[in-house]
Design a protein around this ligand. Structure first.
Ligand SMILES: Nc1nc2c(c(=O)[nH]1)N[C@H]1C(S)=C(S)[C@@H](COP(=O)(O)OP(=O)(O)OC[C@H]3O[C@@H](n4cnc5c(=O)[nH]c(N)nc54)[C@H](O)[C@@H]3O)O[C@H]1N2
Ligand SMILES: Nc1nc2c(c(=O)[nH]1)N[C@H]1C(S)=C(S)[C@@H](COP(=O)(O)OP(=O)(O)OC[C@H]3O[C@@H](n4cnc5c(=O)[nH]c(N)nc54)[C@H](O)[C@@H]3O)O[C@H]1N2
Ligand SMILES: [Mo]
Length: 768
């Protein structure tokens, strides 16, 4: 029997030729090659549109500032293909439901408003007026405003999301579930508790001054490729980069700059990480605790020898609160606990402690590997504790950097897409518009789905995104959506959520960010905020594919005026001239004074960050150390069975969240397939499995529900024993709706207790 290796290891550096070739292929594949290239050159410049790819910042210095995955996002939107009336006449919803996510989006852009006809099981074209009237009829019939959920995905502009939250609050609800609830919620929650603001404290150019950068739980090579430039430049000038990642990720090891022609001509590529540690899933809090424990030991030794300690005592005394309790918690944590939970050696953590203390300026960055666990808030706060001990806030080259996902997810929150708005924000809205906004907290995403299952929600409005595929526990999520009387999706492309309808359903086709947006007063630009609190304008350039498509802002205004009328606020006038919306934002959102004028600044303007200036909006007015203990166990035991494996669900190189561009994951050596699970070779052997065998993955959870996905190819991979990885959204059926983060309700997408069961299809992968 000949054995076919399950994957082809990628031997190059991340970036480099491979990346440029792939980019060019995407650009040339879509039918308008030249136009696409021109578009790419405009991405993130002061004129043109903001890259819809990710929320990384831009320094405006490079003339070729884009990345492979940004190119994919732009080309994906810029297709001339469309799904028209005939397509929906031919394909029933049941038939489309049987298709893959890839197939659905690949059909092209949505161009006309569509209404689901339950009699025929088909979507049918309706007018905008009919669509708005249907929404108004449903909303006016609600018993109370909290029977409405307003979901938002983080691509929506500041202008659209501001109007959306205003409409929801004027209607009477704070039910604003959003993608952020499934994403960086723990960063916002943890940072707010620790430093009084739920955002990162650094600016892009801080990467040029850092002496050490700690990168926790993120895969920038795929998800924030432009971050690799910052890391690479830092590494080249001697900054030490320490990576904590459960998997060996190519982009974090080596990177060749595809925008540097010299590097493309030589096989040279820069080393990124000086240390690469592979903790257990959920082991980062223990890892950071270990680093602090080692540093505390040295600190005390020095003090006992009459030398100066390591910590920044003056910073701690002036700016922080709770150090004693925190150090007591560190003392109470044993090395044994730290080593067991992190899966790292004491020696490894001591080495990182040495790197840390030798650095004058340190940045800590993180993403989903930190935020999608049960104890994510404590982990974010533990990282913050470390930085506070050394006064790594409020000075150049240092600070905290949660690396956001969707390109405007941070802006959405700033605009008030928040199910737990501050009373101050509500007060400002109340004063400016003269109404009484609801004061009680609304639903996050998981809470919204739970409320739907209980029959408490009647209408779902979704401003973008793909809730059915992005949310956990797929079958329960689908059941929840089907409980609604009306589901409405404002979308660019067909996706799974459109096929899981309420009793009635609408799809409202919208313009993408790359497209020209012409309203009564002429062409409009919108604004977005990146991970570094930079706000800048974004103006679409492509002609829309259909005259029927409307901008998100116009659609929200259309819904609002149909439901609330235009007496109190002239929604249609606002939609006709976005600068009027910006005037309202300037009057109600801190930091946006003279908003319209400041949009003229090339590269945008900085919103400011109080914590970065050492002003902490906490109850004590100081930064708060958190003295949480490490979690005792990471999972509840189910009956007698402890879960043998922890599964993380993550992104491949060829996807944007639930949008699947292709079936390859180049840097991990996976081609032409997505139903794979990465396993340590010894775990495979212990299960009596060979590389490439098929397995079923089954969740161990204490609610008696069977959650299983079948026929996944087990791939031998560099991952710690007991840990697994597989792609999202294929594995979302495994994540229980009731498994979420403390204080956040964020699904624990990076720690799902599972077992592997040999699949009956085991012979399929072998070449006989
Ligand atoms: N091309 C592209 N770009 C994107 C996206 C996309 O889908 N495609 N999505 C956007 C969005 S919304 C987001 S939120 C970001 C997501 O960006 P990432 O957070 O990079 O996304 P994931 O693929 O979920 O990768 C998680 C990474 O953390 C590691 N990891 C997982 N669990 C742990 C852990 O417990 N500890 C440690 N130390 N490491 C762990 C995984 O091995 C993996 O490398 O990217 C944004 N940018
Ligand atoms: N298991 C698991 N689940 C996860 C995650 C995970 O790591 N593991 N990650 C979570 C994270 S971090 C996030 S952010 C969420 C993402 O959740 P969402 O934001 O809901 O999902 P997306 O896949 O980004 O949404 C894609 C859809 O958005 C629409 N769209 C694209 N561009 C536009 C636009 O410009 N305007 C409008 N109106 N619509 C547009 C298209 O129709 C497309 O089908 O998923 C979460 N779910
Ligand atoms: Mo995200």
């Amino acid at each position: 029997m000949k054995f076919k290796p399950a994957i082809k290891p990628y031997t190059g550096a991340a970036g480099g030729w491979g990346s440029l070739e792939a980019t060019t292929r995407y650009v040339l594949d879509s039918k308008q090659a030249l136009k696409n290239i021109r578009n790419l050159l405009r991405v993130n410049k002061s004129k043109g549109f903001d890259c819809p790819g990710c929320a990384w910042g831009d320094d405006n210095s490079s003339t070729f500032s884009f990345c492979e995955n940004g190119a994919k996002a732009v080309s994906w939107e810029a297709t001339r293909k469309s799904v028209d009336e005939a397509f929906f006449a031919q394909n029933s919803v049941t038939r489309l439901y049987a298709q893959s996510d890839y197939f659905l989006e690949y059909q092209g852009r949505l161009t006309q408003p569509l209404r689901y006809n339950p009699e025929t099981d088909h979507y049918e074209v309706v007018s905008w007026q009919q669509a708005f009237a249907l929404i108004a009829r449903h909303l006016k019939a609600l018993d109370n405003p909290d029977q409405l959920e307003l979901y938002t995905s983080g691509r929506a502009s500041n202008e659209a999301s501001y109007l959306y939250q205003l409409f929801g609050r004027m209607f009477g609800t704070n039910n604003f579930p959003d993608c952020s609830n499934m994403c960086h919620e723990a960063s916002g929650t943890g940072l707010k508790q620790s430093i009084g603001i739920g955002k990162g404290t650094i600016r892009l150019n801080d990467f040029e001054q850092a002496d050490a950068i700690l990168v926790f739980g993120q895969n920038p090579g795929t998800n924030h490729p432009r971050m690799l430039h910052s890391l690479r430049h830092a590494a080249d000038r001697g900054c030490r980069i320490v990576t904590f990642n459960t998997l060996r990720e190519r982009g974090l090891e080596r990177f060749a700059d595809p925008q540097n022609p010299l590097e493309l001509l030589t096989p040279k590529s820069g080393r990124i990480s000086s240390r690469y540690l592979q903790p257990n899933l959920g082991g980062d809090m223990a890892a950071v605790r270990g680093i602090v424990k080692a540093l505390l030991e040295t600190h005390r030794q020095r003090l006992s020898q009459g030398e100066q300690g390591l910590f920044d005592d003056q910073f701690i005394a002036t700016h922080t609160n709770g150090i004693d309790d925190y150090l007591a918690a560190v003392d109470a944590t044993s090395w044994q606990q730290i080593v067991d939970q992190s899966g790292l050696l004491e020696q490894q953590l001591r080495e990182v402690a040495d790197i840390y203390r030798q650095a004058e300026r340190v940045i800590c960055t993180w993403a989903m590997g930190i935020t999608q666990h049960k104890h994510s808030v404590s982990t974010v706060r533990e990282i913050t504790n470390l930085q506070l001990l050394f006064g790594q806030l409020g000075k150049p080259g240092s600070g905290l950097c949660p690396v956001r996902g969707h390109s405007n997810v941070q802006g959405n929150r700033t605009m008030g897409i928040d199910e737990k708005p501050s009373q101050a924000m509500l007060d400002r809205l109340a004063r400016h518009y003269g109404f009484n906004p609801p004061r009680e907290a609304g639903h996050s995403t998981v809470q919204a789905l739970e409320a739907m299952l209980r029959g408490e929600v009647k209408v779902l409005l979704a401003l973008g995104g793909n809730l059915a595929a992005a949310a956990p526990d797929t079958w329960r999520t689908e059941q929840a959506l089907r409980c609604c009387a009306l589901t409405v999706h404002i979308s660019t492309k067909l996706n799974r959520s459109h096929l899981i309808t309420g009793r009635e359903a609408l799809i409202l086709p919208t313009l993408g960010r790359t497209e020209r947006d012409t309203q009564a007063s002429g062409n409009q630009y919108v604004t977005v905020e990146d991970s570094f609190s930079m706000v800048h304008a974004s103006e679409g350039v492509n002609p829309p594919i259909s005259t029927e498509q409307r901008s998100e802002t116009a659609i929200v205004a259309g819904i609002a005026s149909a439901v609330l009328g235009n007496d109190k606020l002239d929604w249609q006038q606002l939609a006709g001239d976005y600068s009027l919306i910006r005037d309202h934002i300037a009057a109600t959102v801190p930091g946006f004074t003279d908003f319209n004028q400041r949009c003229e600044q090339p590269g945008g303007f900085y919103l400011g960050n109080a914590a970065a200036e050492l002003r902490f909006a906490t109850a004590s007015g100081k930064a708060e150390f958190c003295h949480a203990a490490l979690p005792e166990v990471l999972f509840p035991q189910v009956g007698d069975e402890a879960a043998p494996f922890t599964l993380q669900t993550l992104r491949s190189h060829d996807q944007y969240n639930t949008t699947i561009y292709g079936l390859d994951d180049r840097y991990r050596g996976v081609y032409g397939q997505r139903e794979v699970v990465f396993v340590h070779p010894e775990d495979l052997a212990a299960l009596g499995l060979a590389d490439g065998d098929k397995v079923d993955i089954e969740t161990l959870w204490n609610d008696g529900v069977t959650r299983r996905v079948s026929g996944f190819k087990a791939i031998s991979y560099d991952i710690p024993r007991g840990n697994l990885a597989a792609y999202y959204p294929e594995t979302n059926p495994l994540v229980p709706l009731s498994s979420y983060g403390d204080e956040t309700h964020t699904p624990t997408s990076k720690s799902v207790p599972v077992k592997l069961v040999p699949s009956l299809a085991v012979e399929d992968n072998r070449i006989m």
